[in-house]
Design a protein around this ligand. Structure first.
Ligand SMILES: [Zn+2]
Length: 381
């Protein structure tokens, strides 16, 4: 396992790639995109929209674009930015978690968007199907929300097709933010049309879900529309992140909380989330962050810290200390709740989880494994 020389990305990250100097793709992008300012990207973004308007009729059914929202910090900011800065009329689309799973904070943050005057469509997959898929993806992939992530990404373009809306805005470009190089368009960081190749959507395919569905229309929630369908409908995806000079986890949560968003303060020892602001609409994702750490040697703290290192907010050494404290943290209470949800025992939870622990970099125990590596130092696994 190798570490990026500049940040703390490991070579075990799916789709990661390092250049000859041992620098990850996200750090390389970041040094390049610094030379191309967000102001330049904003001009390009507006030009893209102008060109699109020349090619297709954007304003139909009262809306000229869709902003995919989750009720989290990024979506609050995106929605307001598209309306107030770009002067567009977005339809907000949210693929919500089933009632059992959604936190009260998640629900009140969606309500907050409506209070800001937006039209919001909430699409909720059938609860029992959603639970069965979560259990299946946990057992088969060591991922408790694989299906709900697929539903999240699929629901937005599906509603774009249904409403004949040609333009979709997403916030962050995964290549720029976390270094998923499959989606990375070096040529154009604003271009989101490669989103379909995101690891989350491609890895494992779709067929594993089939035996859970008892009707065809339930599957529609989870299937990303085909490339042909996209092209026939002239649907375009644009990332907003590169066009903002202060797009970051930190800024987005500050901005969003000033606009009524509720965060989860002081819960980092329970959730492992040092920002107290990611995935506030749902708790089980924290389990995924823990398992991700066991699989690849890095978790959410690494992702958050890497962003701060790239922005020169903290040093690599300070990042290492935070990662040591918080990567892999997910309180037993969350695990117990999840076990109750999918109807398995806690012992079985660890039995299944153990299967996903990478024993080249962790020593397995009956419960939580112990890392063999030191954060930030290349490890001969
Ligand atoms: Zn890096």
């Amino acid at each position: 396992m190798k570490y990026c020389k500049s940040c703390l990305t490991t070579s075990l990250r799916p789709n990661s790639s390092f250049n000859k100097k041992g620098i990850c793709v996200a750090c390389e992008f970041s040094s390049q995109s610094n030379s191309l300012s967000s102001q330049t990207h904003l001009v390009r973004l507006k030009e893209k929209i102008r060109l699109l308007r020349g090619q297709v009729k954007l304003k139909l059914n009262n809306y000229d674009c869709i902003v995919g929202v989750s009720g989290g910090k990024d979506s609050t900011r995106q929605a307001l930015w598209v309306r107030d800065r770009l002067k567009m009329r977005p339809l907000l689309v949210c693929c919500a978690y089933p009632p059992y799973q959604m936190t009260d904070i998640g629900a009140s943050n969606l309500e907050n968007l409506v209070k800001h005057g937006f039209d919001l469509i909430v699409d909720t997959p059938a609860p029992k199907t959603s639970r069965d898929l979560s259990k299946k993806s946990f057992v088969e992939f060591g991922n408790v929300c694989k299906a709900s992530e697929m539903a999240l990404f699929a629901s937005v373009p599906r509603i774009a097709i249904d409403f004949d809306i040609k333009l979709i805005f997403w916030g962050e470009n995964p290549a720029l933010q976390v270094g998923d190089s499959l989606t990375g368009e070096l040529a154009d960081p604003l271009d989101g049309n490669n989103l379909r190749y995101l690891n989350t959507l491609v890895d494992g395919g779709e067929d594993w879900m089939d035996e859970v569905f008892d009707s065809v229309h339930k599957k529609e929630h989870y299937k990303y529309p085909s490339l042909q369908e996209y092209e026939r409908r002239n649907i375009n995806i644009i990332y907003l992140g590169p066009a903002w000079d202060d797009w970051s986890n930190e800024m987005n949560s500050t901005f969003a909380s000033l606009h009524g968003l509720t965060l989860r303060p002081n819960e980092e020892k329970i959730t492992g989330d040092i920002s107290n602001a990611s995935m506030i609409d749902e708790e089980f994702t924290n389990i995924n962050m823990m398992i991700k750490y066991y699989k690849y040697g890095f978790g959410r703290t690494t992702d958050l810290v890497n962003e701060s290192i790239r922005k020169n907010e903290i040093s690599r050494e300070e990042g290492i200390e935070l990662v040591k404290l918080y990567d892999g943290v997910c309180d037993d209470s969350i695990i117990q709740k999840y076990c109750k949800y999918i109807e398995i025992s806690v012992a079985d939870f660890w039995k299944y989880t153990n299967y996903w622990i990478n024993d080249r970099i962790f020593t397995k125990t009956e419960k939580r494994p112990i890392p063999k590596f030191n954060v930030g130092e290349d490890f001969n696994d």
